[in-house]
Design a binder for this molecule. Structure first.
Ligand SMILES: Nc1ncnc2c1ncn2[C@@H]1O[C@H](COP(=O)(O)OP(=O)(O)OP(=O)(O)O)[C@@H](O)[C@H]1O
Ligand SMILES: [Mg+2]
Length: 237
């Protein structure tokens, strides 16, 4: 191998991978009436490809705000966010939405399923909107992988909380995003279902090689991630 090629391989393998997701001096302020709230203060964070990171911290410490910023659903007051070598903080809302659609899957505590769509239809819709060839087939494969073969044609109201969250996860990751953001995905579930959802999520991430940032109040779930980040009063501790 010539020297140039070796250098290029090194850059690709190590340096670029290092900058999969980078937050640099992020500040987020909200103004409500006369008051300014400094929600996130000088956040610096570097997340690698395939890395699993849990975010813990007290209620109101800024965890959801951090997820919203990384997912491009909110803009920081100052600072830079780089995702896959693209500075998303300087892109338009539409451009960020395009990146998010293909590369970032977001899972929330509430399931937000379409009530009059079946499990398969809820997942297939995302694929259809992204011009997948066989959305229904793909949706079924994914739901089967999450142990829901017997629930393909059920409406959300006919599913348990754990089953609904599995459908919601399948929908969020249907595009096989390289980054998965999960904000308290087991927050509405009992212990048994929480364990099942956690196992499904971590197994999927390992098999697909995606990165995962998971916000949770559950210490056992937090421990499943390779790295744990604690937020206190808007700062990483
Ligand atoms: N749109 C908004 N306008 C004003 N203040 C906001 C807004 N969104 C969040 N905040 C405030 O920012 C702070 C952090 O909120 P955030 O939702 O990020 O906390 P959290 O760590 O996710 O809490 P929890 O564990 O309860 O979900 C809170 O004080 C909250 O009231
Ligand atoms: Mg929150």
């Amino acid at each position: 191998m010539c020297t140039r090629k070796i250098i290029k391989t090194f850059v690709n393998k190590f340096l670029i991978m290092e900058t999969f997701l980078k937050l640099k001096q992020i500040n987020l302020k909200y103004q409500t009436g006369k008051y300014n709230i400094n929600v996130l203060k000088n956040i610096n964070l570097n997340i690698k490809k395939k890395e699993t990171v849990s975010v813990v911290g007290e209620s109101g410490s800024g965890k959801t705000s951090l997820i919203m910023l990384i997912g491009g659903l909110e803009k920081p007051t100052s600072g830079k966010i780089t995702f896959q070598n693209q500075e998303i903080t300087e892109l338009s809302e539409d451009e960020v939405a395009e990146i998010r659609k293909k590369n970032i899957g977001i899972i929330f505590q509430s399931f937000y399923l379409i009530p009059n769509y079946t499990a398969v239809e809820n997942v297939a819709l995302t694929l259809e909107l992204n011009n997948f060839k066989n959305p229904e087939k793909e949706a079924k494969t994914l739901l089967d992988r999450f142990g829901l073969k017997h629930r393909f044609n059920n409406l959300p109201s006919q599913l348990s909380g754990g089953e609904q969250q599995r459908v919601a996860i399948a929908r969020s990751i249907a595009m096989k995003p390289e980054l998965i953001l999960a904000d308290e995905p087991t927050g509405n579930l009992d212990t048994e279902n929480s364990i099942m959802i956690a196992n499904i999520l971590f197994k999927y991430v390992k098999e697909e090689g995606s990165s995962l940032i998971i916000v949770t109040h559950d210490p056992k779930l937090a421990d499943k991630a390779k790295r744990k980040i604690k937020i206190k009063d808007g700062k990483i501790k």
